[in-house]
Design a protein around this ligand. Structure first.
Ligand SMILES: Nc1nc2c(c(=O)[nH]1)N[C@H]1C(S)=C(S)[C@@H](COP(=O)(O)O)O[C@H]1N2
Ligand SMILES: [Mo]
Length: 441
């Protein structure tokens, strides 16, 4: 088989699935259940108290799992994770600024000394098969001296939207209950992984690479799963994976992987390993709990060993509004939002302001194609509660569905999200659009 075919995600998924099953490494159901706690991840194992709205003045907790400030108007904190509030994108350009970019930490942000940091490459897929003990190493300055490229790409958690399995479908999924703020688009600058692999002596026989982070090991249900790591095929690594050291023109912030993270464009967020410490390069398929025990579909509609490993994300749409939003009856306003169709383009976006009964076309803004801003006029008439919906049709004609088939860990929720809105009486003389009183959260 031609290894190049492995860049085709579906093909890679199926191939590795067969190989994993053949390897006899399949866990029994009890272990799968234990793994539930692990994908619940941080939420299950960390109990950090973060400053709430009342203590907004002391926004910085030096010892918390996240380093950057998490003001309540920008983030919803879930344990060691911080979700972006979508209203924080109102008035912003295409990219999500670093101060409001979501953070997904299995444990905590490590503080790394860049002077002693090294990227270590080893394994049977490199010339001379360097061992873990005697790897090929790169210093930070070495990487910064190599040819740089800048890429505009989304990082999105596979669990983004998970809470809607419960809220909209009555099926609670294990894990961080993200609404839609587990996604962000940024400009990432760094060196192509291909450049570094070639300098490290990549062999034609190499098949998989396994990047590993330097954050603390992940313990789940009393089992130490080791450091965060997840394999990808050499073909994808050579195609467009990037060793990132800058985000939106700034040095990569600690929470997003300083000094260096991997970016695997188009793949589920877990592939983009932060705080990169080592990369194993092997002449045989590699596995880790992050593509066997989790990041597959499990549940009543899937085989006991789960689906193939997940790679791509699904299309979604979000309003740049508080949750729930408050608007004034009788006042014309502009609803804004964004839609994204990973691996495809945004074709059209439709909005319903009456709970899904009727739909109108939103105006698409900008010229980018994968992640698009849009707007639509609305004049709410009657006071009371209503529901806003937005749905994207991608370039292949696929529309966001009304339901997503349930999976135990709640991955890849792609159904249309129902955004609650309260229409209140207009108060003459008070200026206001969608930011009425009691901007709820
Ligand atoms: N080393 C390491 N890399 C990691 C993680 C982690 O906990 N540790 N979380 C992953 C997950 S699940 C996601 S969704 C993305 C989130 O990237 P961000 O925190 O920069 O938004 O990082 C991925 N890389
Ligand atoms: Mo994730």
């Amino acid at each position: 088989m031609d290894e190049d075919e492995l860049t085709t995600e579906a093909h890679y998924d199926r191939t590795r699935m067969r190989q994993w099953l053949a390897s006899g490494d399949v866990r029994d159901r009890r272990n799968l259940l234990r793994a539930l706690a692990f994908t619940g991840g941080a939420a299950a194992t960390w109990h950090w108290s973060r400053p709430g709205a009342a203590q907004a003045a002391s926004r910085f907790v030096a010892d918390g799992p996240i380093v950057k400030p998490l003001p309540p108007e920008l983030f919803i904190v879930h344990g060691s994770n911080a979700e972006m509030r979508w209203e924080a994108m109102r008035g912003q350009g295409l990219y999500v600024p670093n101060d409001r970019f979501f953070v997904r930490n299995h444990t905590r942000t490590p503080r790394i000394d860049v002077r002693t940091w090294r990227l270590r490459l080893y394994g049977t897929g490199l010339r001379g098969a360097p061992s873990v003990e005697r790897p090929v190493t790169f210093r930070y300055e070495d990487l910064r001296r190599l040819p740089a490229v800048t890429v505009s790409a989304a990082v999105e958690c596979a669990g983004n939207g998970r809470s809607f399995f419960d809220v909209q479908q009555g099926q609670r999924a294990e894990g961080t209950p993200w609404r839609l703020g587990g996604v962000g688009v940024a400009r990432w600058r760094g060196v192509r992984l291909a450049t570094v692999l070639e300098r490290a002596g990549l062999l034609r026989s190499a098949v998989d690479v396994l990047p590993q982070g330097l954050d603390p090991t992940v313990v789940s249900g009393g089992v130490d799963l080791g450091r965060v790591r997840r394999p990808l095929p050499v073909a994808k690594a050579l195609e467009d994976a990037l060793l990132v050291y800058e985000m939106n023109g700034e040095t990569l912030p600690p929470d997003h992987g300083f000094p260096v993270r991997l970016l695997v464009p188009g793949w589920v967020g877990i592939a983009s390993v932060k705080w990169l410490g080592s990369i194993e390069v092997a002449d045989h398929p590699l596995f880790s709990p992050w593509n066997t025990q989790s990041y597959r579909f499990f549940g009543p509609d899937y085989p006991p060993e789960g689906s193939e490993p997940l790679t791509g994300q699904v299309a979604k749409s979000a309003f740049e509004l508080p949750w729930p939003a408050t608007v004034r009856a009788g006042r014309p306003l502009v609803l804004r939002g964004r839609s994204w169709a990973p691996g495809r383009h945004v074709g059209k976006v439709e909005v319903s302001t009456d709970g899904g009964a009727t739909w109108r076309h939103a105006r698409l803004l900008g010229r980018e194609r994968g992640w698009r801003r849009w707007e639509i006029d609305w004049r709410p008439r009657r006071t009371g509660s209503t529901t806003l919906l937005a749905r994207v049709t991608d370039s292949a004609g696929t529309v966001q569905p009304e339901r997503t088939t349930f999976n135990t860990f709640g991955y890849l929720f792609g159904a249309v999200v129902r955004h609650p809105v309260q229409v209140v009486e207009d108060v003459p003389g008070v200026r206001g659009g969608s930011r009425g009183p009691g901007r709820g959260r």
